[in-house]
Design a protein around this ligand. Structure first.
Ligand code: M6R
Length: 610
């Protein structure tokens, strides 16, 4: 939520920041702005809308200077208008600040500042923080110290960057709860919310941890804690290429990411699958192997799509390892005071590794003494760093707000974990080999589905004006029904419900009529016949049935209006294949409706606020 950037060096700061903001735009796109310092004067350009709107403004009135800060906003406090857009300035227009997060005590700070005679123009917590910094600066004449003291009093979450004509040779960056890093170039430095904004310029980064700040000049930086303690700042090397964050000829990142799945899925198990032994080798779990072996219970905590992957993980781990698994909404976890024992193992699942609720669940579980592990995509992210050990999913940068390739890779990694745990418990080598062999075939099977996407386009065209959709599945494919509905909702704005197919008769059946398209995931497993009966029930109420079924299933074609076929695999791996047509269906319906697929309204890629 919100992307921030800051630049100090020799280049034109505004141009560089606008390019960086384009890369960060997936984090929020309600407004965009930049501030730069040139000839002792601070200029701010900002406006509601996307980075493209800011660029129009800058074409008429370009920014100047080689130091600046920029922001792309996902609104929390105040409407997404020009006034509330960042950067915010103090009353004299000498200090500018960009912010990702929420200052929770901004109301009391606001009151205090108004009493002291400061003026506040916007509705934002960020302007309050900026003016608060100014009020401290007025007493001590030291910008970094004023920022530090203000942040020590601020409650809530922040990633900030500050510049000022009062001390025009530095950027002050700080974080608590919102991600922030400093890219280290040759006499130039870029502060950014994530690595996508800096990879074009440097691979060397310093990740700031919570309660840390950096004072960055064109000569170098000093990093310390907000409590003024020195820190050991380790430089990391970024390990992904620029092409991975480009659209690469696809119309949208989402489509590119859907089509990347044969290779991203392969990357999830590369070097980790031992087919002859029917085993998985997960280096990231070696330090906690004994804890895993003894764990009486496994808890999977996540949000959104990652939570759906966790549900599939629950079924897989319980089936193979016979260990009880509980799936928790990370957003509920800390508020309901969950029962946690020291022997329990908690896996936090997150594509971004920055989701505030999931990070808070990690901290809560650690506090209670559980072993907390991560299943994360972004290396260097907060969850990756705060968990004791874990497994990266290696899906590469996911830019489209609708998560696609991360979902299938998360399930792939959860399958490996289930296999790993299963083989430590009761799973035979023979059964392990069957699972490993099936996993190896998945990338080609994904490609098979992608090569047949034309049929899905036709279905999308037919149902593009539907006002509601129902997605039904059972067993391993119940979470896929939830995920299919989420994909459609978030990018096409059609109301969709995912439901357990058998539960439908306990209420939602009342919704079925000739206007309700119903997507059934009806793969051939032990409950296939039951799902067929569920389809009959819907047909009897004139619902239009779209079925996802196995290649060679002739029975289903007689029942469903449309059938999308997937290759055969073992039941526990079907969610990986059934998710694909549903991602494509959502994508093509959104396209038909003229929706902004990569930047759906009201959403942002990583939700770093509660
Ligand atoms: O980065 P995370 O996996 O922690 O994100 C969790 C959710 O915010 C995310 O999956 C969200 O639901 C997606 N937009 C769904 O497509």
């Amino acid at each position: 939520m919100c992307g921030i950037v800051g630049y100090i060096g020799k280049q034109d700061a505004t141009q560089l920041m606008v390019n960086a903001l384009r890369r960060l735009e997936y984090r929020g796109y309600d407004s965009a702005g930049v501030a730069s310092i040139h000839a002792d004067s601070l200029k701010v350009h900002k406006r509601a809308g996307k980075v493209a709107d800011l660029e129009k403004l800058l074409r008429k009135n370009p920014g100047k200077g080689s130091i600046g800060i920029g922001h792309t906003r996902w609104a929390t406090h105040g409407n997404p208008n020009d006034l509330n857009a960042h950067p915010h300035t103090d009353n004299s227009g000498e200090i500018a600040l960009v912010h990702n997060g929420i200052i929770e005590n901004y109301q009391s700070l606001r009151k205090k500042l108004l009493e002291e005679g400061y003026v506040l123009h916007s509705e934002t917590d960020t302007e309050v923080l900026t003016v608060f910094i100014r009020s401290i600066y007025d007493k001590i004449n030291d910008l970094a110290e004023a920022v530090r003291l203000a942040l020590a009093e601020a409650q809530g979450a922040f990633g900030i960057a500050v510049i000022s004509t009062l001390e025009p040779d530095k950027i002050i960056a700080a974080r608590r709860g919102s991600p922030l890093l400093v890219g280290i170039g040759d006499s130039e430095y870029i502060v950014a919310s994530d690595a996508t904004a800096i990879i074009q310029h440097t691979r060397q980064v310093l990740y700031l941890n919570d309660n840390e700040m950096a004072i960055v000049t064109s000569e170098g930086y000093v990093a310390k804690t907000i409590d003024n303690e020195a820190i050991d700042s380790k430089i990391h090397n970024l390990e992904f290429d620029l092409e991975r964050i480009e659209r690469g000829g696809f119309d949208h990142f989402m489509l590119k990411e859907i089509y990347e799945q044969p290779s991203t899925f392969r990357d999830a198990f590369r070097g980790r699958l031992l087919p002859q032994d029917g085993q998985a080798r997960l280096g990231g779990l070696i330090p906690v192997v004994e804890k895993l072996r003894r764990a009486p219970r496994i808890i999977l905590a996540a949000c959104g799509t990652s939570w759906h992957a966790a549900l599939v993980g629950e079924y897989m781990i319980e089936m193979l390892a016979r260990v009880p698994v509980e799936v928790e909404f990370a957003s509920e976890f800390r508020y309901r005071n969950p029962v946690l024992n020291k022997e329990d193992v908690v896996f936090a699942i997150s594509q971004s590794g920055e989701t505030a609720d999931t990070l808070a669940a990690v901290r809560e579980a650690k506090l209670k003494g559980a072993t907390v592990l991560g299943i994360v995509n972004v290396v260097g992210s907060s969850i990756a760093r705060e968990t004791e050990a874990g497994v990266f999913i290696h899906a590469g940068p996911e830019i489209g707000v609708a998560s696609t390739k991360a979902f299938t890779s998360q399930i792939g990694v959860l399958a490996l974990i289930a296999l790993f745990l299963g083989r430590m418990q009761h799973l035979s080598q023979r059964d392990g080999v069957a699972i490993a062999m099936a996993l190896k075939q998945i990338p080609e099977q994904i490609q098979y589905i992608l090569d047949r996407s034309e049929a899905i386009k036709t279905i999308a065209h037919k149902f593009k004006d539907a006002r509601n959709f129902m997605y039904l599945g059972r067993s391993f494919n119940f979470p896929v029904a939830l995920e299919g509905a989420l994909k459609l909702k978030e990018i096409s704005y059609i109301h969709a419900e995912g439901y357990q197919a058998a539960e439908m008769k306990h209420g939602p059946l009342a919704l079925i009529d000739e206007h309700m398209p119903v997507v059934f995931i009806a793969t051939q497993d032990e409950i296939y016949d039951k799902v067929i009966s569920n389809i009959e029930v819907v047909r009897a109420r004139n619902g239009s049935v779209i079925a996802i079924a196995n290649e060679g299933d002739s029975r289903i074609a007689e029942l469903a209006e449309h059938v999308i076929y997937i290759p055969n695999t073992i039941p526990m791996l079907t969610p990986i294949l059934t998710a694909l047509p549903l991602q494509l269906l959502a994508y093509y319906i959104a396209l038909e409706r003229g929706c902004d697929v990569d930047m759906p309204r009201n959403l942002a890629k990583s939700v770093t606020v509660e």
